[in-house]
Design a protein around this ligand. Sequence first.
Ligand code: KIV
Ligand code: ZN
Length: 528
Amino acid sequence: MKSKRVQIFDTTLRDGEQCPGASMNLREKLEVARQLERLKVDVIEAGFPVISDGDFTAVETIAKELKGPIIAGLARCVSGDIDAAGAAVKPAGKRGRIHVFLATSKIHREFKLGKAEDEIIRLAVKGVKQAKSYVDDVEFSPEDASRTEPDYLVRVCQAAVDAGATTVNIPDTVGWAVPNEFETLIQTLHDSVKEFQTGQAIISVHCHNDLGLAVANSLAAVRAGARQVECTINGIGERAGNAALEEIVMALNTRKDVFRGFKCGVSSKEIVRTSRLVSRMSGLNVQRSKAIVGENAFAHSSGIHQDGILKKRETYEIVDPVKVGWGKTELPLTKHSGRAAVSSRLKHLGFKMSDDDVNAIFARFKEIGDKKKFVYDDDLSALVEGHIMVVPEIWVLDYLSVSSGSTTVPTATVRLTKSGTKKNQKPVAVQDAGVGDGPVDAALKAIDRLTDVRGRLKDFSLRGVSQGKDALGEVTIKADFGDGELLTGRGASTDIIEASAKAYLNAVNRFLSAEKRQAPKKKKRVRK
Ligand code: KIV
Ligand code: ZN
């Protein structure tokens, strides 16, 4: 009997990162990858190695560091792309996968590629064979498959399998499909390619959410024979995003009556933690009413519902929140807690930290402990994530004083230190003042003058990290520094104006950092 194990292929670090403003640096990607390993996904698509040095290094580093999941690198059916992907996934050894793709739909054939059907099959076969010279595990995607003529798609899939692809992914690239139609398509492919029936090759699906149907389409495909689902944490991705991993996994787990016998290996209790980490690292907030991971997903406000829940939880809750990682936090730490207690709580939270990292977090913990009574797990996670999002601290906030009120012109005095950029060069402190429409605007204007960088604020959000009036306020901003790319900045403090200034400075530093300047997207690199 054909196995009912559904592999979870996470593409948060590739398709998810293609979401505008979601780009992450190496350390951030590595931390997300480690958490995905704890979540026990089967495959991590870690990037598109040919696209930039940054992507290449991220895939290579993740392939080197992680020991559990399969690590995939994306490549077009272009020789240089496949060489780069082969080199990047090499450290994963047998767990390395190359994922090659080529568009097959009529509209892409005619307008994007200018190639005929047979030529596309020839290139796909060539790409798969070249990938096969690097790894045994090759996945092929006919891009825009859901808008490809089904008969032609069968020919493409058969040719890819004959060339050695062990997974054929059927992308609904533009979110065009609807569930019953997509189920029929997958059933047709399954019935037409013998290797999909014998399990020598598996069908994967990759659905986008342009009509809000990505999860529904993915689940319909599973019923028709797909055995791998490509998805992202929180559903982030190109345009309206990809199918949300947490929704796919919990639908399979919760509706066992419909998905009888289907299993996936994901450790569901890690879902909420993963969602929060990805949200922080990508700078993309999760909407409150988002299924499974939104703040309101398990909040019951109506009296009738609350009464029902108290009598029997299942009256209004179909998923046990504890099973996806919502739940009681441990006893909070206080300023009296020592380094050992902080270090052990960090381990418990799943962070793998060096002694230097723990020392840095402990110093920040002490500062916070002086300002607030209890330091909760969420506060600690925010400190760690702030530390991980290491953007070179070219400019550091030294001092901030604001004056504002209903009858005063909001004014901010800011002192920054610029770290020495050359050896033995001493840090320089500079000070200026700015006025603005409010205290945050005034502080940001002063920072612009001091750093000589002009950022346009495109998004600003504030959230309380933990409970209580003394909760840390975490500000996330997205700013455009003139090149059209949205950069994320984040800062946390018990003072929200200070958190805003830190968040903006974090984005300024990201803009100025060498990594950002030297690894422009679209720069082609090839390594053998
Ligand atoms: O949406 C898409 O078609 C893709 C492919 C590269 C699989 O992301
Ligand atoms: Zn995609």
